[in-house]
Design a protein around this ligand. Structure first.
Ligand code: NDP
Ligand code: 2IT
Length: 445
């Protein structure tokens, strides 16, 4: 294949989907060399069949708000590839959601899920509905209406959704309830379920913990550790909270957290008690991060900015895509950052990735570093299938082992001649090869 030509062709056929183009471009150029060692791939046009989703569902979601007004949103499910297992991936509810964003996420998910070593294909779904400012009753009615349509296209052996931005335990619970009502079956159809009805211990923690386990592995290659390091975290949702928790457990100092309005910087560090406050603020009261400085006045709140201008040893972006610009990456490097590990999906722009790699710092892309979340989703599916629940220790140990294994695979496929580990290349090639072999074995379908 000629990566440039494939990319141009996809851009022409699917215009106005910049995030999808960005995700595909990164993969194409890093796997091109390996791909071309296998002429049998091109004979069956494997690359196009891998880049274009198997199918996409789009539907109108109609719901009634608390004032009795009828609202409409658009719902989607992108089923990208299921050669190594049922379609699997989260659901995002955010006002910015569109088809291009969900196509990028489903594409990335396919490689990520391959890296986990568990039998899961790639998918993503969501809606331009934003739970922000909505009552719980409105969120419930929306989730039920969304599931009325989605239920036809998913199932425990077909497609298993989970959470993502704007979708946590509450939303998964409401969607599960409606799915169960419609199908009259109690099945492991969604992951991230409540512990009382088939959810896995450690699933809420898994993405954040997994990212820090991956970070530990990267630091180990330099004989270093998290202990004593200062850390910038963006976001204050599920991934950010449990990233902070694990950093604290390992003796690191968390300086920042954020939301879409701005960030807080606490020079004394966000300790356990302060993190408990943030968890309560965000998860129970659904408040804003700026409220932190009312309770901890030695901290500052910076409105409308991201935390990357602050000086620290490590950056763990955990909010959303393209949240680290090339300029922000330059500032991080100038300020002496030694490692960037992505909890979010595609948080670094292509320019930022170039800056990190040219500076030869430790840089891990989301599809490797944040794979812990979907890994424990895979373990939730296994527990549902055997109708048993494993202990937190058992799940955490497996998560740890999976993250170590993903790291080892990145090193195996991504080490360059000077010894620098290109984790982007390593993750893409390792993830791709497994999917490609399975596609070859299953014929042209
Ligand atoms: P949450 O909804 O729990 O939290 C998202 C956080 O990011 C919030 O603090 C939110 O702020 C902020 N945020 C969202 N959108 C934007 C935006 N456009 N600009 C600035 N800040 C924004 O989501 P998660 O923690 O689950 O997800 C965070 C990231 O991690 C996403 O990229 C997701 O795809 C990725 N991820 C999640 C996994 C999971 O298991 N949940 C697994 C792997 C990756 P606000 O409150 O203002 O909206
Ligand atoms: O991006 C992701 O990996 C997720 N949002 C988690 C997907 C899942 O199925 O647990």
């Amino acid at each position: 294949m000629n990566a440039q030509k494939v990319l141009e062709d996809l851009k022409r056929r699917f215009p106005n989907e910049p995030e999808y183009h960005q995700a595909v471009e990164e993969v194409l150029f890093t796997i091109e060399e390996e791909y071309n060692k296998h002429p049998e791939f091109d004979r069956v046009n494997l690359i196009e069949r891998l880049c274009i989703p198997d199918r996409i569902y789009t539907f109108r979601v109609t719901w009634m708000d608390d004032n009795g007004k009828i609202q409409t949103n658009t719902g989607y499910r992108v089923q990208h590839n299921n050669v190594i297992g049922p379609y699997k991936g989260g659901i995002r509810f955010h006002s910015s959601v569109n088809l291009g964003i969900l196509k990028f996420l489903a594409f990335e998910q396919t490689f990520k899920n391959s890296l986990t070593t568990l039998p899961m294909g790639g998918a993503k779904g969501g809606s331009d509905f934003s739970p922000r400012g909505k009552s719980s009753a409105e969120v419930m009615r929306f989730c039920q209406s969304f599931m009325l349509e989605l239920a036809r296209n998913i199932g425990p052996d077909t497609d298993v959704p989970a959470g993502d931005i704007g979708v946590g335990g509450r939303e998964v619970g409401y969607m599960f309830g409606m799915y169960k009502k419609l199908t009259r079956e109690f099945s492991g159809v969604l992951t991230g379920k409540g512990i009382e009805f088939g959810g896995s211990l450690i699933r809420p923690e898994a993405t954040g913990y997994g990212n820090v386990y991956f970070l530990q592995e990267m630091l180990k290659t330099k004989g270093d550790s998290v202990e004593g390091k200062t850390v910038l975290i963006s976001g204050s949702g599920n991934v950010a909270q449990y990233t902070a928790e694990k950093v604290l457990q390992l003796g690191g100092k968390v300086l920042t957290m954020s939301d879409s309005d701005g960030y807080i910087y606490d020079p004394d560090g966000i300790d356990r008690a302060k993190l408990d406050y943030i968890m309560e603020l965000k998860n129970i009261y659904r408040g804003r991060i700026r409220e932190y400085v009312d309770v901890y006045p030695t901290a500052k709140y910076v409105a409308g900015q991201k935390p990357w201008g602050e000086k620290a040893d490590i950056a763990l972006p955990s909010a959303t895509q393209n949240e680290i610009s090339e300029e922000a990456a330059q500032t991080l490097v100038q300020n002496g950052v030694i490692a960037v590990s992505e909890g979010a999906n595609m948080p670094s722009t292509p320019g930022a990735i170039r800056v990190f790699q040219q500076a030869k710092i430790l840089y891990a892309p989301g599809k490797a570093a944040n794979a812990g979340g979907v890994s424990v989703s895979g373990l939730e599916m296994s527990q549902n299938s055997e109708r048993l629940s494993w202990t937190a220790e058992e799940v955490d140990n497996r998560l740890h082992a999976i993250m170590e294994n993903i790291h080892a695979n990145c090193v195996r496929y991504g080490t360059e001649s000077d010894g620098y580990v290109n984790y982007v290349k390593g993750a893409n090639v390792a993830g791709f090869m497994k999917v490609a072999k399975a596609m070859m074995a299953q014929g042209v379908v």
